[in-house]
Design a protein around this ligand. Structure first.
Ligand SMILES: [Zn+2]
Length: 150
């Protein structure tokens, strides 16, 4: 066994997870090699230090809150300033288009009303005072005209 192999297998050796032959080879190398003994001592000292160090106390529900935050971040990443600029430009464009279409529709319906296209010469306010039969005869007249035009 050489030093490179020893150090590569070192942590598995310390966990006693090598085969018995490999464990023996490692132990033999450790006895014969001063460098690897120093390496072993140093690494054991580090592990000891790690066990001595106090564990930081976490606030209550740390992992629950961390997990929730990670999931929220995953679902909705904060927008970059470019994305926000593009988004606000798109919203402005949609709103502007809506206003333009709305005013066009308003102008169209006012035009239709004034030209008596929709209500056969009857302003909207007067529909309520019409008798049912008068309304029905207007309807009939309208459809018979349409049918005759074809
Ligand atoms: Zn060695």
């Amino acid at each position: 066994m050489n030093c490179a192999t020893f150090r590569k297998q070192f942590s598995v050796f310390q966990d006693n997870r090598l085969s018995s032959d490999q464990m023996n080879d490692m132990a033999l190398h450790l006895q014969s090699c001063a460098d690897c003994r120093k390496f072993t001592e140093a690494s054991e000292a580090v592990w000891e230090l790690l066990t001595i160090l106090p564990k930081p106390k976490l606030p209550p529900f740390f992992y629950t809150r961390l997990k929730a935050r990670m999931e929220a971040d995953h679902q909705a990443k904060p927008l970059s300033w470019i994305q926000r600029a593009v988004l606000s430009a798109m919203v402005t464009a949609v709103l502007t288009l809506g206003i333009i279409l709305g005013s066009m529709a308003g102008r169209f319906s006012r035009a239709a009303k004034s030209e008596n296209d929709l209500f056969y010469g009857l302003p909207l306010e007067e529909i309520n005072v019409l008798s049912e039969s008068a309304y029905a005869s207007d309807y009939f007249e309208f459809f018979s005209q349409e049918g005759g035009a074809e």
